[in-house]
Design a protein around this ligand. Structure first.
Ligand code: NAD
Ligand code: TYD
Length: 354
């Protein structure tokens, strides 16, 4: 069995579904079910005995210790986090609690468990920490993409809290010998993406006839990776990554935000044309920029390719088409996650502009 934390969130639920589609190894899924966690993502696993869901906090040391002793997973994959930059600007407390304190407590519980394992199990055990390219900070337009050697220069409360968690994971390896692996991935997109993030927000707002709020000039650059490719990278690192190493994961697909938004509009124009015959691009609205907005992220994913033979399968064209189609086909899911808490967030962040 493996223990997945945060497996009811966007990437975690994709990971759990992909894992159980390809393997018979069971998954113990520990998730606090914050606003971002949704058991509806895992509906396809109802009645499947290979999936054991536990609602709880990675920072609950007693609970984690009990789960580890009871289920004896051979690996822990840590997705659980507060993940939204804009929310971290409005209030960083939850980010420090989960991303920093939670990771610390999880590491301590895992270390105590790992130390008690018999030799062969202890040698095979892995703690894989899922992190982000945002820990490296912002790149100048022509600067080379982030390698694993790039200095950590986090700029937002979110990226600072993730950087802190990466450092803790590193230290638990160097000081305590815990067999860790860390992945730093670029922006994901795909099914079950919570509509507070750029791509799903633009799709659901477009369809609802609402403004498409582009921060500032929209020329901020991100690298985008289809979530299924991120999941395959994590599986590969877990399987063959060298203990103590960090692997950057990316899609070789840098694009300015405005280009992403226009691509979404063009796809919707094709797949679900507006009743008035106008383009969804008419709904694009430039709004106040995010404070401290990182201008560019780019990932150099050559290490994971050279060492582990991983490359993304989806192109951006294929991945974004699948994603837009998924949102068109899953309006029930969108309605379900757009709960009261979601509406409150939209009110705070966009003050009626979206
Ligand atoms: P998400 O916000 O969609 O999901 C996070 C999940 O963690 C939710 O199910 C939530 O309920 C759960 N959670 C939060 N606090 C918890 C706690 N204290 N204990 C247990 N569960 C808790 O996030 P995501 O986009 O799926 O990201 C998953 C991980 O991948 C995060 O660590 C994030 O930093 C990292 N990451 C995300 C991206 C991206 O583009 N989304 C890119 C690179 C790395
Ligand atoms: P986001 O999906 O929040 O990911 P991150 O900030 O972690 O990269 O945002 C992606 C980019 O899109 C980022 O540059 C901010 C921008 N953005 C907008 O322009 N408008 C929006 O409403 C949102 C949510 C994001």
């Amino acid at each position: 069995m493996i223990l997945v934390t945060g497996g009811a969130g966007f990437i975690g639920s994709n990971f759990v579904l992909d894992w159980l589609a390809q393997s018979n190894e069971s998954v113990l899924n520990l998730d606090k079910l914050t606003y971002a966690g949704n058991l509806g993502n895992l509906r396809g696993l109802e009645g499947d005995a290979r999936h054991v869901f536990v609602r709880g906090d990675i920072g609950d040391a007693a609970l984690v210790a009990r789960l580890l002793a009871e289920h004896r997973p051979r690996a822990v994959i840590n997705f659980a986090a507060e993940s939204h930059v804009d929310r971290s600007i409005h209030g960083a407390e939850d980010f420090i609690q989960t991303n920093v304190m939670g990771t610390f407590r999880l590491l301590e519980a895992v270390r105590a468990h790992w130390l008690r394992l018999p030799e062969t199990e202890r040698t095979a055990f892995r703690f894989l920490h899922v992190s982000t390219d945002e820990v490296y900070g912002s790149l100048a337009p022509e600067a080379p993409a982030f390698t694993e050697q790039h200095a950590y220069e986090p700029n937002s409360p979110y990226s600072a809290s993730k950087a802190a968690s990466d450092h803790l994971v590193r230290a638990w390896h160097h000081t305590h010998g815990l067999p860790v692996l860390t992945t730093n991935c670029s922006n994901n997109y795909g099914p079950f993406h919570f509509p507070e993030k750029l791509i799903p927000l633009m799709i659901v707002n477009a369809l609802a006839g609402k403004p498409l709020p582009v921060y500032g000039d929209g020329l901020q650059v991100r690298d985008w990776l289809y979530v299924g490719d991120h999941c395959s990278a994590i599986r590969r690192v877990l399987e063959a990554g060298r203990v103590g190493e960090t692997y950057n994961v990316g899609g070789w697909n840098e694009q300015p935000n405005i280009a992403i938004v226009k691509t979404i509009c063009a796809l919707l124009d094709e797949l679900r044309p507006r009743a008035d015959g106008q383009s969804y691009a008419e709904q694009i609205t430039h709004v106040k920029d995010r404070p401290g907005h990182d201008r560019r992220y780019a990932i150099d994913a050559r290490k994971i390719e050279a060492e582990l033979g991983w490359r993304p399968i989806e192109t951006f064209d294929s991945g974004i088409r699948k994603t837009v189609q998924w949102f068109l086909d899953h309006t029930d899911w969108v309605a379900e996650v757009q709960s009261g808490a979601y509406r409150e967030w939209v009110q705070v962040q966009y003050q009626g502009a979206a």
